[in-house]
Design a protein around this ligand. Structure first.
Ligand code: FAD
Length: 299
């Protein structure tokens, strides 16, 4: 039996593996290699790693882990988790691998669903982003669009305009801006277009405009979009982990969930704000919680 099986090898799981491995814990990390920031050209804001590609980030993390014989890795997806009759947990991977551990760390991240707009996928992560703290600096002062169908449209526009006042808010046919909010945006020169979008325009990942079903066109240089988030896979629901009012897995300060022996870290226990460095920090915190609980159990 491993001391801990980590499900998900993004910054949260990788960081937890490092801290547990250095605590002489036998760790098995499962990852099927679909980190949330995979569409991005570069990732920003992680001190000492500002501007690296997602692939380089992972390469460097795996290089760090390879120094510790206590850390094993499998590139497999976990499809089922259950309590083991000898205590602890058993996981089942999509290839049929079964492994057991005294504790589990859920660090499988969140999945994004983008608005269904023609062409959107080809710009996402290249010139159309979801987070101004990740990519706002690179598009500061540019002519931006914010494409959102969310009820938080006004609050999001308020934040994005900090990076560029040349902002147009496009709601893709949804009436989500109240008359008061509309007036406040207008005063700051932020136009609101609530026509349905026909498609996004541009080439080689570079967004240059939007065409609307009315035939109108809008030019722009870059933009932001609001994705809908959901937990990757359904393991946390299957295990009946308690969720908080943000839809995140409820954890204490050491990653402990409502189920003894199960811990969570990263986007799935944070939801907002989501950042690589925050996920890594949460992974470290949960690893310390896991090690502390194992020490106490064995003392
Ligand atoms: C386009 C884009 C750009 C971004 N840019 C930045 C940026 O510049 N700077 C920044 O700080 N943040 C950025 N972010 C946010 C950042 O990606 C997330 O906050 C961070 O990746 C969360 O880390 P995590 O470890 O919780 O999850 P993830 O990084 O999503 O990793 C989860 C991992 O778990 C694996 N997994 C899921 N389910 C299973 C399973 N059942 N079995 C095995 N493996 C599983 C996945 O394949 C994945 O590798 C960006 C996000 C997006 C969408």
């Amino acid at each position: 039996m491993y001391d801990c099986i980590i499900i998900g090898g993004g910054p949260a799981g990788l960081s937890a593996a490092l801290v547990l491995g250095r605590s002489m814990r036998e760790v098995l990390l499962f990852d099927h290699g679909k980190p949330r920031h995979a569409p991005a050209r570069h990732s920003h804001g992680f001190i000492t790693r500002d501007g690296v590609t997602p692939a380089e980030f992972r390469r460097l993390a795996h290089k760090d882990l390879s120094a510790y014989p206590t850390i094993q890795k499998k590139e497999e997806e976990i499809v089922d988790v259950r309590h083991h009759h000898h205590g602890g947990f058993e996981v089942l991977s999509s290839t049929g691998t079964r492994e057991t551990a005294r504790t589990l760390l859920l660090s499988s991240g969140m999945q994004e669903k983008l608005p269904q707009i023609r062409g959107l996928d080809s710009f996402y992560g290249q010139s159309l982003f979801s987070c101004p703290y990740c990519d706002g600096y690179e598009v500061r002062g540019k002519k931006l669009v914010l494409i959102t169908e969310s009820k938080n449209a006004f609050a999001t526009a308020q934040i994005i305009q900090h990076w560029s006042r040349a902002l147009v808010l496009c709601t893709n046919g949804h009436s989500i801006v109240t008359p008061d909010q509309y007036r406040m945006l207008q005063v700051r020169g932020i136009e609101v277009i609530d026509q349905p979008i026909h498609q996004l325009l541009g080439k080689d990942g570079q967004l240059s405009g939007i065409s609307f079903t009315s035939g109108d066109k809008l030019t722009c240089e870059a933009g932001f979009v609001t994705p809908q988030l959901s937990h990757s896979g359904n393991l946390s629901y299957k295990l009946r982990c308690q969720m908080n009012d943000k839809g995140a897995i409820q954890t204490d300060g050491y990653g402990r969930t409502s189920i003894r022996g199960i811990y969570a870290a990263g986007d799935n226990s944070v939801i907002s704000p989501t950042q690589l460095v925050i996920a890594a920090g949460e992974g470290s915190r949960a690893a310390i919680g896991i090690n502390m609980d194992l020490i106490r159990a064995d003392f």
